[in-house]
Write a protein that binds this ligand. Structure first.
Ligand code: PEP
Ligand code: MG
Length: 590
């Protein structure tokens, strides 16, 4: 790219402005190239393979040393198993035999043989061999990278502030980001409700996704200005753009100042309806942001992020410590701990979850937990123990019907019985709720409401499953419509079923943080809104500026409207008359 200013348009998923140098992040799992070789090339390929093994061994030793110095020899010892892979003669001999027999380039032969070897091990019902399979996958990637002459500039090696540009970032990549060193995120693919975008919002890192080819057009070191509010990346920004954005930043700061002033005020509409306003967190340390935002506790704690990027599953005790720390930090408010929602777009880095063709419709969330009672029970026991302080609530994700709820409750009851027998304290009255995020759950919400203490609507998934639109696929993002009349009706049905049975309903999906939609949610009678901490002050301002009575009238006005865009326009019109400063951040300069 020349020094000319170039503007790349995408979708802004985390507001704010970042300006700095690009760091291109290459995904680690790129396919190795496949190329025929002549017999005469075999010795050269073997020499390359030996050099890559030696380089890999040296890198593992160096990494082991670094980790031993930073966090101790015990954690560093996990790399011993990686070293064994580099020296595994069965594997190496098979690679050499296949290379001579099939005459393909060595990176291709090696990755085929190693992946087959790992797959065989992973299918044996033995935890030790399964772990060895994950080691082989990890080391294979490293050896292939060395064969391809790629240096790994992993995100964790960043040592100065950069804007990360990647084809895609996984939620595990995002969870590992250091917010001090990442001043912006730009990806080719992605959408507003992907867990990577959610993570970026949580970390308050401006982000733009859906940039199509930014990761190949840009290179490390390029100077870019990233506007996460308007979904724009300006490469080599000219003076005019820089001063325009300088002014915008001043305007944004003014709005932030105004929002800081209302931080400790109540979240109540202008005509006196109280809305509980809480915050979503992904990691235990995010709880600091909840207090700073002026939220009433945590409405959704996505516990699975604690499980990502770990070499081993956190045990009951580690989980207990984390949950208890969050519960203590939000006292006297409460924390709603959501049980594991693995699967979909969130996988353990050394996943035990088999690959699925439709992961969002597969063994995700409560389905995975019911399949793995060992993992589920450890978490439920940890949550129960943390509830001893009295301000912990718990909810299950992705409940699709009554039998799933009952099965989950049965495991919970077993855990209670065990803890009582062991004389371990917990809150016998701990409230248990469910997320409403599968359309079938809405249709039977009256039955579900009889057996739970609250509902929390996960609009991110409810929209995805209702409109059949993959929440992370940018090609169909235009169909992902929170104001689709079907969604408005499902929300209303949920609230009505809950209220008829005397329980409350919250919304903890991304819709709760979209101030243009606050009139709709208040009009529907939602009792609690839980949004990313960075968005909480805006939502509070929006609630305070609205009248519940007029919001209810809005619902009547859109009852027979069949177009989602028209419903959105009506919501925006109401929001614009009450809090225009929260909606028009505007530059969006062309
Ligand atoms: C949702 O689906 O709206 C939700 C809050 O859960 P998650 O985004 O983690 O799937
Ligand atoms: Mg969900």
């Amino acid at each position: 790219m020349s020094d000319e200013e170039v503007r790349l348009r995408g979708v802004g998923v985390s507001p704010g402005i970042g300006h700095g140098a690009v760091f291109i992040h290459h995904p680690e799992d790129e396919e190795p190239p496949k190329r025929r070789i002549e017999s005469s090339e075999v010795p050269g390929e073997i020499a390359r393979f030996e050099a890559a093994l030696i380089a890999t061994r040296a890198q593992i030793l160096e990494m082991q040393q670094r980790i031993a110095e930073a966090i101790g020899a015990k954690d560093a010892s996990i790399f011993d198993a990686h070293l064994l892979v580099v020296e595994d003669h069965t594997l190496i001999d098979e690679v050499l035999r296949t290379l001579q027999r099939d005459l393909w380039n060595v990176e291709y032969v090696f990755s085929e043989v190693a992946n087959r070897y790992a797959k065989t091990l992973s299918e044996i019902d033995d935890p030790y061999l399964r772990e060895r399979a994950f080691d082989i996958y990890d080391v294979t990637k490293r050896i292939v990278r060395n064969l391809m002459g790629r240096t790994t500039r992993s995100l964790s090696q960043l040592d100065s502030p950069h804007i990360i540009v990647a084809h895609n970032l996984t939620p595990s990549d995002a969870a590992a980001l250091n917010r001090q060193l990442v001043i912006g995120i730009a990806t080719d693919i992605g959408s507003k409700t992907s867990h990577t975008a959610i993570m970026a919002r949580s970390l308050n890192i401006p982000a733009v996704v859906g940039l199509k080819d930014a990761s190949t057009r840009l290179k490390s070191g390029d100077n870019v200005l990233l506007d996460g509010t308007n979904g724009l990346v300006i490469v080599n920004p000219a003076d005019e753009a820089l001063s325009e954005y300088g002014e915008l930043e001043v305007r944004l700061e003014k709005v932030e100042e105004l929002l800081t002033e209302i931080r400790d005020t109540a979240c109540i509409t202008a005509d006196g309806t109280q809305v509980i306003l809480s915050a979503n967190i992904e990691l235990p340390e995010d709880v600091e942001l909840v207090k700073e935002a002026g939220a009433m506790g945590v409405g959704l704690y996505r516990t699975e992020f604690f499980f990502l990027n770990k070499t081993e599953l956190p045990n009951e005790e580690e989980q207990f410590q984390a949950y208890q720390a969050v519960a203590e930090a939000v006292q006297p408010n409460s924390v709603i701990i959501r049980t594991l929602d693995l699967g979909g777009d969130k996988f353990l880095s050394h996943s035990h979850i088999p690959m699925e063709i439709n992961p969002f419709l597969g063994c995700r969330a409560i389905r995975f937990c019911l399949e793995r009672p060992d993992i589920f029970k450890a978490q439920l026991r940890a949550i129960l123990r943390a509830s001893a302080g009295g301000n912990v609530r718990m909810m299950y994700p992705m409940i699709s019907g009554i039998s799933e709820l009952r099965q989950a409750n049965e495991v919970l009851e077993n855990c209670r019985t065990e803890l009582r027998a062991e004389g371990i304290a917990f809150d016998e009255e701990m409230e248990t709720g469910i997320m409403i995020e599968v359309p079938s759950a809405v249709m039977v919400a009256d039955a579900l409401a009889r057996e739970v203490d609250f509902f929390s609507i996960g609009t991110n998934d409810l929209i995805q499953y209702t409109i059949a639109v993959d929440r992370v696929n940018e090609r169909i993002a235009h169909l992902y419509q929170p104001t689709h009349p079907a969604i408005v009706r499902l929300l209303e049905m949920t609230v009505m079923a809950a209220h008829a049975h005397g329980i409350w309903t919250g919304v903890c999906g991304e819709m709760a943080g979209e101030v243009a939609l606050t009139p709709l949610l208040i009009g529907l009678g939602i009792d609690e809104l839980s949004a990313s901490p960075g968005l909480v002050p805006r939502v509070k301002k929006a609630v305070q500026s609205l009248e519940a009575k007029q919001c209810r009238q809005l619902i009547e006005d859109v009852r027979n409207v069949t177009s989602g865009n028209e419903i959105l326009a009506k919501c925006e019109a109401m929001a614009r008359t009450r809090y225009p400063e929260l909606l028009s951040f505007g530059a969006g300069p062309e």
